[in-house]
Write a protein that binds this ligand. Sequence first.
Ligand SMILES: CC(C)(COP(=O)(O)OP(=O)(O)OC[C@H]1O[C@@H](n2cnc3c(N)ncnc32)[C@H](O)[C@@H]1OP(=O)(O)O)[C@@H](O)C(=O)NCCC(=O)NCCS
Length: 152
Amino acid sequence: MGTQLPLEADHFLVRKIALGDVEEVARLHEAQNERPADREYIGRCIADVPSSLALQGERLVGFVYGRAFAPDLLWLTNLLVDEEYRGRGIGRRLFEHVEEQARTRWAGILFSNSDLWPHPPRPSPEGFYLRLGYEKVWTTAHTAVYVKRLVS
Ligand SMILES: CC(C)(COP(=O)(O)OP(=O)(O)OC[C@H]1O[C@@H](n2cnc3c(N)ncnc32)[C@H](O)[C@@H]1OP(=O)(O)O)[C@@H](O)C(=O)NCCC(=O)NCCS
């Protein structure tokens, strides 16, 4: 039997990503995606727009960040929850936290998912976005775009 992990997302601390977290975020990327992470890009993203990470104790277990798609539209380009910690509500908490920050300036959030990416996520995260109230607004043969309006 493996180590028993907490079942509720309440056991996790969620906060904005700080400059000092970039190395850990990059390492989690690399550990789970098996390709180099762009530390400079992460640093630029978190300086400019809302972001969120989840910690269990000292351990980074998930993050979401992105960049401006337009001056009032936030494009979340990177989302990851550590494989061992999926299905415990952490992804939902990360999104709720980022949306909370975004409401002060951003009119909406968008996300895309493509099977043309060198390593498309499996399984597809589409069900996750739909569950969190994102609407699929556009599809091409390979890519889907999801949006959530923050102001009506
Ligand atoms: C997508 C991902 C972030 C979800 O994180 P998570 O912590 O497992 O998600 P949660 O436990 O918070 O799930 C929230 C809700 O979405 C649902 N959900 C999660 N992943 C889902 C999926 N792939 N398909 C359908 N529903 C899904 C859950 O059942 C839950 O529903 P509920 O709150 O009504 O019970 C995680 O699976 C992941 O990191 N995947 C690999 C990377 C990835 O796909 N990134 C996005 C593209 S870059």
